[in-house]
Design a protein around this ligand. Structure first.
Ligand code: ATP
Length: 366
């Protein structure tokens, strides 16, 4: 899917913006504070239902406005779809797909695979395991139709199990084992399925990750493995039993795929301890690229890729390489930079549009 038109209203300093982007390359130039990241942030909302800069939707609504809204016309060879969403200061969400309104973000995010790469992207490696789980789950969500539902099921069951763990200390002893066994059985069933899907997905994208790393980080050999969230030799059922006393005390389940992680090492050492900031970003670029290469290969879906502040911490050859690799798989790119001098190779691209942002207003350069 590509974005044919994007309209943004009352989103940060973008009062009223409408663009018809190129289906290939879009460059957004402008001074600090002009609104470049806000444009990418608004597009990001269509693919994730949230910002990449704040967890509070209110913060992106224009000062003194009551809501923000974003509309887009998106298309691929199968047809086009009208997408829209708005959020108000009271946090009311309205999503619309071809005019059908709902308040379920999942209806929108399944339409349009969007990825983002920012100066903070190295957090994927340095940050908490939840970011790496989210990375795997994003890929699975767009490749496996059933994954969204099974992941939601697991989260619901986990909530029930945790509620029971919290209640267990004051429940009648006779009720407790039966109820616990019921939820454990569900956790094991859904948890093992999720683990199997994540492992198979990682296995499938590893080939792409490794071939990207040859270009992005040629001086390192990187090993990536999936840690499923409970000890090696045990089944999930055994691990849950083993931890039950401690989990009752703490009031939450400490083992399962909600504790899974990706371990990323070079020569047996955590990459976070060895790679420079720029190298970590290249590693993340190789990981993200692998996901969308695999998505394209498996489903023929193209991704909208947002590259915010591309000048930061990537050297010029790597910037060019990343853009070229993304174009190879027919991605639609939105690239923000302060000035053109950060992209001296820009003239080689024919199918491109350039936008200049000033005080929240966008002008297409001819
Ligand atoms: N809710 C809001 N309403 C109106 N303006 C806002 C709001 N939140 C932030 N701003 C302002 O919007 C402007 C655009 O910010 P943005 O982060 O998009 O700039 P940018 O062009 O990416 O800058 P930089 O190059 O410094 O990263 C800033 O001046 C910021 O202070």
């Amino acid at each position: 899917m590509k974005l044919d038109t994007v309209q943004i209203h009352q989103f940060r300093n973008l009062a009223n913006v409408e663009i018809s982007p190129s289906d290939s390359l879009n460059f957004i130039f402008g001074k600090n504070g002009s609104g470049k990241s806000s444009l990418l942030e608004a597009i990001h909302y269509l693919g994730f239902g949230r910002s990449f800069r704040t967890s509070k939707h209110k913060n992106v609504i224009q000062y003194d406005a009551q809501k923000f809204s974003i509309f887009a016309l998106s298309s691929d060879e199968k047809g086009s779809v009208k997408l829209g969403m708005s959020r108000s200061t009271s946090d009311e969400l309205v999503v619309s797909v071809n005019g059908n309104k709902s308040n379920r973000m999942s209806e929108l995010v399944s339409q349009l695979p969007i990825q983002i790469f920012t100066p903070q992207s190295s957090e994927l490696v340095l940050g908490s395991p939840s970011l790496r789980r989210r990375f795997l789950d994003w890929g699975l969500f767009h490749v496996e139709q059933s994954f969204g539902q099974s992941s939601q099921n697991y989260q619901k069951i986990l909530k029930q199990k945790n509620a029971l763990l919290r209640k267990s200390s004051y429940m009648p002893a006779s009720d407790y084992p039966q109820q616990m066994a019921f939820w454990d059985k569900q956790i094991v069933k859904e948890g093992e399925m999720l683990t199997k899907q994540r492992k198979a997905y990682l296995e499938a994208i590893l080939e792409h990750i490794n071939s990207n790393l040859v270009h992005f980080l040629p001086e390192f050999s990187v090993e990536i493995s999936y840690h499923r969230g409970w000890e090696k030799e045990a089944t999930l059922e055994e691990a849950i039993l083993k931890k039950s006393e401690k989990d009752i005390k703490n009031g939450y389940l400490s083992v399962g795929p909600h504790k899974a992680d990706l371990r990323i090492r070079t020569n047996g050492v955590d990459v976070a301890e060895v790679l420079s900031r720029g190298q970590l970003r290249m590693l993340v670029a190789a990981l993200q690229l692998a996901q969308i290469q695999f998505l394209k290969e498996r489903t023929n879906k193209s991704t909208v890729f947002l590259l915010d502040d591309v000048g930061a911490e990537l050297d010029e050859t790597k910037r060019e390489l990343f853009i070229d690799k993304l174009l190879e798989i027919n991605s639609q790119l939105f690239i923000s930079a302060i000035e053109k001098s950060q992209l001296p190779f820009i003239n080689k691209y024919k199918n491109k549009k350039m936008f200049h942002v000033e005080h929240g207003r966008m002008r297409e350069e001819s």
